[in-house]
Design a protein around this ligand. Structure first.
Ligand code: UDX
Length: 464
């Protein structure tokens, strides 16, 4: 757009009106944050109870700072939620696709049925020019396919354009990541789509200007935009598995992976972030994204290029198994081909979520270890500050304690598997009086081994 020119917004509003289709973690956070930036926003979902909660001012998941921001923007009248796709279609100038793309049950590939569903529902109601902008993490080629779906289903036909603008929000930091992104990506085919995305992000750029920051923008084609997201997640997963592979070596070699990570991280080319060895990565993104990426590369005939990601996945899975193996070793239990025999052993597991400051237990390493310990015959008592409800739904047969104290009382072994502040700062002297055996596995290398050993504990970290 020529500088100074004003963009003709299809609805006639001064700023584009935004819809976020799918109000899960991604869509709900974006809807609230963009309302906070001053946009008129409508969140849409097929899940009526979820929409009712959001309309009532309640965020259906745990994300620091989001609740107050939701209530503030509902009250200001800038933010609404609906289960009516007609209403969303009539309202929006830009429709952001924020639905989930989970792993398919029958393969490693991404399940695109929610993307298809929402586009096919929306398109027939689009009677004026609009932009559909994908945010969901998708296999490369999806934007083009969405474009074909729109051509087939939208009466406004080619007046409805498509763009892809992946997001990079991290749970627990989601509000910051949306308001103050470290970059934005616009995958576009036309100048109009580009101008619309700029207009939709003006609030983000203005905030940056007032804070004397810059937000880099990468303008590119569909395929690159789609790939940016999966490439970034593949890189992060690889970094974590790299340091976990080093942990595997440190263990028999008598080295300390936390010091190793610190030492290599001082090299700015390597950097110290995402180098924390432990029970590995989980969550709703990294594990399924590296699998979907491999599946897509296979389809493109370049599967070999990503064969290393299979190894990244295997290293990650081995960390979970290693905790169980270590438990058997520390408790002097035999380890057979079917795994260890931990019958009669009481284990306290501190942590259920895939990382702290979240209530998300999707593909959580902590819960995977809980399952493995239970399968080995151990009696497992789990405590997590925020993830209890979700954990109970996921692993109903474990025992759930109401506090750290309740979980560890009478335990033969304590495993810290999510690095919640409450666990990091727990007093090992106090806990020592409650347990049956002073043995601790620090699955996140988040405890101070000196303090714990001084309090009489046998301490084992990951790779140290
Ligand atoms: C990730 C990406 O960071 C984000 O950019 C993308 O948009 C979505 O996926 P998220 O799933 O919220 O975000 O979690 P993240 O903070 O990346 O952590 C992923 C997992 O890796 C967690 O289980 C965490 O405990 C683990 N992790 C992270 C490590 O084991 N070691 C590390 O050094 C860092």
């Amino acid at each position: 757009m020529t500088p100074g020119a004003t963009l003709a917004v299809p609805s006639g509003a001064a700023r584009p009106r935004l819809t976020f289709l799918g109000t899960g973690y991604l869509g709900a956070t974006y809807a609230v944050c963009f309302a906070e930036l001053g946009y008129e926003v409508l969140g849409y979902d097929v899940d009526a109870p979820k929409i009712a909660k959001l309309t009532g001012g309640e965020v259906p998941f745990h994300e620091p700072g989001l609740d107050e921001m939701l209530r503030k923007n509902l009250a200001a009248g800038r933010l609404k939620f609906t289960t009516s796709i007609e209403e969303a279609a009539a309202f929006g100038d830009i429709h952001f696709i924020c639905v989930g793309t989970p792993q398919r049950a029958d393969s490693m590939a991404a399940d695109l049925s929610h993307v298809e569903d929402v586009v096919v529902r929306l398109a027939p109601h689009l009677h004026r020019k609009a932009l559909i902008a994908g945010k969901s993490t998708v296999p490369v080629g999806t934007a083009e396919w969405v474009e074909q779906l729109v051509r087939r289903h939208a009466p406004a036909g080619s007046h409805v354009e498509v763009a892809w603008s992946p997001e990079f929000l991290q749970e627990g930091h989601a509000v910051e990541d949306v308001l103050r992104p470290n970059r934005v990506i616009f995958g576009v085919r036309s100048e109009w789509a580009n101008d619309m995305l700029f207009a939709a992000h003006k609030g983000v750029f203005d905030l940056a200007t007032t804070e004397d920051r810059e937000v880099p923008v990468v303008i590119t084609n569909f395929a690159t935009a789609e790939l940016v997201k999966v490439a970034a997640n593949a890189f992060l997963a690889t970094k974590i598995s790299f340091i976990n592979a080093m942990a595997e070596i440190c263990e028999p070699a008598g080295a300390d992976v936390t010091q190793l990570a610190r030492a290599i991280g001082y090299d700015a080319r390597i950097g110290n972030r995402f180098l924390r060895a432990g029970v590995g990565f989980g969550g709703g993104c990294l594990p399924k994204d590296i699998r979907a990426f491999q599946a897509r590369a296979q389809e493109l005939g370049v599967g070999e290029a990503l064969r290393f990601l299979h190894e990244v996945d295997l290293i990650n899975q081995r960390r979970r198994q290693w905790v169980v193996q270590l438990a058997a070793e520390l408790l002097g239990r035999p380890f057979g081909p079917a795994g260890p025999d931990l019958s009669g052993v009481k284990v306290a597991v501190l942590g259920a979520t895939f990382k702290p400051n979240s209530d998300d237990v999707r593909d959580s390493p902590a819960l995977s270890v809980v399952r493995k310990l239970s399968r080995s015959g151990a009696e497992v008592s789990v405590y997590d500050p925020e993830g209890m409800e979700n954990a109970r739904r996921e692993v109903p047969d474990a025992t759930y304690a109401r506090s750290v104290v309740e979980a560890v009382t009478g335990a033969d072994l304590v495993c810290v598997l999510t690095e919640w502040e409450e666990f990091r700062t727990a007093d090992p002297v106090v806990l020592a009086d409650l347990v049956a055996g002073k043995v601790v596995i620090d699955g996140r290398n988040c405890l101070d081994p000196v303090l714990w050993r001084r309090a009489g504990w046998e301490y084992r970290g990951m790779g140290r």
